[in-house]
Design a protein around this ligand. Structure first.
Ligand code: KG4
Ligand code: ZN
Length: 374
């Protein structure tokens, strides 16, 4: 077991530049800058704009995190950085900055899997994860049910993944067809507040008796929402007037009904995974874990099933630097191997270990497919 150090974590895989400082499982300070506003008029993240925004933000964000923690650069004992998955150019900016800090401070560098960061951030609020835990990870790019043991050492077992769109991606696309702004998740969450979740009978994909119990599919739900939007173009006041006949369905009703369908499928499968594997703790993480209905329904269903639910605070569910520092801290304390300084990014890294290293793409059962170095 290595001694503890203050770990600086740097996150730059998408449109948030994050820096966090963690020591011994405690969050000392963090800061986040977002280029989200610059992407909103394009309806999605523009990689080149995101990468340039990271260049501008990374040093100020690290300084801000240090100020938040009341620390100086010399207090940093290790640097952890997201090396994948994510946008190649965006990842490279964070990695270059992390190498600069690690080299100039003479401290080790650790490469971290972005999704492991989403899992580890929960430990900053709720303490070490129980072994084993079922983790539902729901972000803009990934949706998986995982069986997690020791995050710093053990391989992460995938119980099921999405066959097509990720849950967050589905929120973003459906928001677009409903005429709501990017990012769609928070916009749908807000719009749904005044809606009736039973107003529109959206499908619950992959929940039939013959479907894979822990796999997800969101493209059919996305199409159903798009069809609804085409048929019902709501008026300026949000009131839908389908030929003047029948009960009025509002945009808020459609948002609430869509959100209910996603929350229902996610929590139903997550609780089933816990029950089937005899696991007493469910951890829900990633940007979509910030959704108010996902949180409420998970709470309700876990309580009914006698399962302990852990969900990070909403501000830590979306991308940030504290989550990468949290993994770095676990790696340091478990004596993990630091990265060489010629380490590169891996934009499509599969989630197999929290620590990304050459060969981490090799599954126990099958050889890794050849990947072009980024
Ligand atoms: O984890 P994250 O910040 O970035 C990725 O690693 O992808 O997740 C971003 C995703 C976006 O799709 C966003 O719309 C969604 O999380 N999201 C939400 C909410 N807040 C963020 N989805 C539903 N409800 C929310 N309140
Ligand atoms: Zn993320």
């Amino acid at each position: 077991m290595s001694g503890s150090r203050v770990v600086l974590g740097i996150e730059s895989s998408c449109d948030e530049t994050g820096a966090g400082l963690v020591r011994d499982g405690r969050l000392l300070g963090h800061a986040v800058a977002s280029s989200m506003a610059e992407h909103s008029r394009y309806g999605g993240v523009v990689p080149e704009i995101a990468a340039r925004a990271h260049v501008h933000a990374v040093v100020p964000v690290v300084r801000q995190a240090l100020a938040d923690a009341g620390l100086r650069p010399a207090d940093i004992g290790a640097v952890a950085v997201t090396t994948g998955p994510g946008l190649s150019g965006a990842l490279q900016v964070g990695l270059a900055a992390a190498k600069g800090y690690a080299y100039s401070l003479g401290v080790p560098l650790y490469r971290v899997h972005h999704l492991a960061g989403h899992v580890a951030v929960d430990t900053l609020e709720h303490g070490p994860l129980p072994d084993p835990a079922v983790v539902l990870i729901v972000s803009g790019g990934h949706t998986s049910l995982l069986l997690v043991r020791d995050l710093a050492r053990d391989p992460i077992v995938h119980l099921g993944d999405t066959l097509d769109d990720a849950a967050g991606e589905c929120f973003d696309k459906v928001a677009r067809v409903l005429g709501l702004p990017y990012p769609g998740g928070p916009a749908i969450d807000r719009a749904a507040r005044d809606g009736d979740p039973r107003a529109v009978a959206f499908p619950r994909p992959m929940t039939g008796p013959r479907d894979a119990p822990y796999a997800f599919s969101f493209s059919g739900l996305k199409t159903a929402a798009a069809r609804w939007a085409e048929r019902h173009r709501p008026g300026r006041d949000g009131q839908d007037r389908p030929g003047g006949a029948g009960p009025t369905v509002t945009l808020a009703d459609a948002a609430a009904s869509f959100q209910e369908a996603v929350a229902d499928v996610l929590t139903r499968k997550a609780v089933a995974a816990c029950r089937d594997h005899g696991v007493g703790t469910l951890v829900v993480v990633g940007g979509v874990a910030a959704n108010s209905r996902v949180r409420a329904l998970a709470e309700q269903r876990c309580a009914a099933a006698g399962i302990t639910l852990r969900v990070p605070a909403p501000r830590l569910c979306t991308d940030n630097g504290a989550m990468i520092a949290a993994v770095g801290d676990l790696l340091v304390r478990s004596g993990a191997e630091p990265a060489p300084f010629d380490v590169s990014v891996d934009p499509s890294a599969p989630l197999e270990y929290a620590l990304l290293h050459p060969g981490s793409g090799a599954r126990a059962t099958a050889p890794a497919p050849a990947r072009t170095p980024a």
